[in-house]
Write a protein that binds this ligand. Structure first.
Ligand SMILES: Nc1ncnc2c1ncn2[C@@H]1O[C@H](COP(=O)(O)OP(=O)(O)OP(=O)(O)O)[C@@H](O)[C@H]1O
Ligand SMILES: O=P(O)(O)OC[C@H]1O[C@H](OP(=O)(O)OP(=O)(O)O)[C@H](O)[C@@H]1O
Ligand SMILES: O=C(O)c1cccnc1
Length: 485
């Protein structure tokens, strides 16, 4: 795909604010912005961070082409000095982020940008656009994969995605979160992920009869032979014809390595159980029985509860559009401004009537605390950069709102890991993005650090995200200072 310049992929107000900073303030003032979200999508117990590789590409390519400048000039909003400044614009700051595939929780920074205010402001919109979309689809996919309980889930959503980008990057996010393959060929090419598929009803309908269609397909693709059995009558025609073709393959000595059926309509519980009986009776006990048709995590769980004999799932619309939760509420908030005289960051806070919406000030990082025995997550601790911890000491965690709720971790019972890593240093990328299939492996391990109670689909157990003592006091001091009569 030809490279696109996404520099103007921003809200106008970022540019009007930049012009304001340029004329009305020190445009080189260094600031810190945090990208974080407030609620897990879909009532889930966690989210999966995704999209960082595309954020890195976007930041590395930030520049205003002459036609961008001409366009901005044509709006009549921007002055020549500012447009001249934009002609030489590039990102020179630092970025820290949580790696893709990491399980994350509300209120903790997923990305932290430390840069001159002009730069940090501009990148807000695209950064959120990328992270919000991919984290949404990765989180939705993890629910679907969880419901499938170890069966393979294929991503089939391209035709229903909200445009090409949502199809490509949604499929990328779906792979990160555990799909075994995607039908999206461009995604396969771009990210080196497995492409998979069966065939459509049109294949069957294009032949004089179903049996001929199945035989022709089996001849062409004997090592990946999944036949769609519901074009005419699943039990009376589709499955018997599929069995006939598998028998012919067996008799001809063609190895039946990956073969089976796909059902795309009807009562999938009943039909799959009948299909299993019919296949087993002919010795095809290892046949794949796959299902598709507007599936999601709820339907897959229900089909499993009904004892459906399905062992492979094709999921499109509900996954790629995250249909029952169409947005991920990531926001980007100013957390600190560097004092030129002292070189220290002055923490900034955003107040709100709604306690949830009050931001966490300062230059922060995140420590993840694990149980030493089980390696499951005990809590996340947002703290200030520079704070040090020693796992050989006890650690007191407390709820940042209901501060009397405390947990004392004894020395030797827990381990800590900083989960934000450096991505850019002085405008130079210092991070190597793993390949998508590597991120997928990492994500699988990340999911193992969650208790089953956090992974359940309905009313999951909430993982605590606490503030360090130092950060909590800083926040409280700032809140106390804002006392309006
Ligand atoms: N046993 C089942 N329990 C719960 N939901 C099921 C079951 N079997 C199928 N479904 C789901 O019910 C919905 C309706 O499926 P059905 O095939 O009856 O209608 P349809 O989608 O209109 O069919 P078609 O694709 O032929 O138009 C689909 O989302 C399907 O996945
Ligand atoms: O149902 P989804 O989860 O979106 O999965 C993808 C669907 O796309 C295909 O059919 P298509 O939707 O084009 O036609 P159909 O609805 O008539 O089967 C396929 O047969 C699946 O049903
Ligand atoms: O390969 C398939 O079976 C497929 C691909 C896209 C959409 N539905 C099904």
């Amino acid at each position: 795909m030809s490279k696109r310049n996404l520099t103007l992929l921003t809200d106008l107000y970022e540019l009007t604010m930049m012009q304001g900073y340029f004329y009305a303030k020190d445009a080189n003032e260094t600031v810190i912005f945090d990208a974080f979200y407030r609620d897990n999508p879909d009532g889930n117990g966690f989210a999966i961070a995704a999209g960082l590789e595309q954020v890195i590409e976007y930041i590395e390519d930030l520049h205003f082409d002459p036609e961008d400048i001409d366009y901005l000039r044509s709006t009549g909003i921007f002055k020549e000095d500012f447009l001249e400044y934009l002609a030489d614009f590039k990102f020179t700051g630092d970025i820290y982020a949580v790696p893709e595939g990491t399980v994350v929780f509300p209120r903790e920074p997923l990305v932290k940008v430390i840069a001159p205010i002009m730069q940090a402001q501009l990148v807000e919109t695209a950064l959120l656009n990328i992270i919000n979309h991919q984290s949404l689809i990765a989180t939705k996919t993890s629910r679907i994969v969880h419901a499938a309980g170890g069966d393979g889930v294929m991503e089939f959503g391209l035709r229903r995605a909200q445009g090409p980008d949502a199809g490509i990057y949604g499929a990328r996010a779906a792979m990160i979160a555990g799909c075994i393959g995607t039908s999206n060929v461009l995604c396969g090419q771009m990210f080196d992920v497995p492409v998979k598929g069966t065939h459509a009803h049109s294949w069957i309908m294009s032949f004089p009869d179903e049996l001929t269609a199945f035989r022709t397909y089996a001849k062409l693709y004997p090592s990946a032979c999944i036949l769609l059995v519901d074009t005419y009558d699943t039990l009376k025609s589709g499955i018997p014809h599929a069995i006939q073709v598998f028998k012919e393959m067996r008799e001809a000595g063609i190895p039946l390595t990956f073969y089976g059926i796909r059902m795309d309509s009807g009562d999938l519980a009943y039909l799959s159980k009948e299909a299993k009986k019919m296949l087993d009776a002919e010795g095809f006990t290892d046949a794949v029985i796959s299902a598709s048709n507007d599936l999601d995590e709820g339907l897959i769980s229900s089909l499993k509860n009904q004892g459906a004999a399905i062992n492979s799932w094709g999921v499109g619309t509900n996954l790629i559009t995250s249909k029952d939760c169409p947005s991920f509420g990531g926001v980007y908030k100013l957390a600190a401004i560097k004092d030129k005289a002292t070189g220290k960051f002055i923490p900034k806070i955003k107040l709100s009537e709604n306690e949830e919406k009050i931001t966490n000030p300062g230059n922060k990082t995140i420590y993840r605390i694990y149980s030493r025995d089980s390696h499951k997550i005990i809590a996340d601790l947002i703290c200030l950069v520079g704070e040090t911890y020693d796992e050989n000491n006890s650690l007191l965690l407390f709820d940042p709102v209901a501060t009397w709720k405390k947990t004392l971790l004894a020395p030797g019972t827990y381990t800590m890991k900083e989960i934000m890593v450096p991505i850019f240093k002085d405008g130079v990328c210092v991070y190597h993005s793993p390949k998508v299939m590597e991120i997928r492996e990492y994500c699988k391990k990340e999911l193992d650090t969650l208790w089953d109670e956090t992974k359940r689909l309905v009313n999951p157990h909430e993982v605590h995200v606490d503030l360090s003592n130092e950060l909590w006091h800083m926040k409280t001091r700032l809140l106390d200072a804002y006392h309006f009569e």
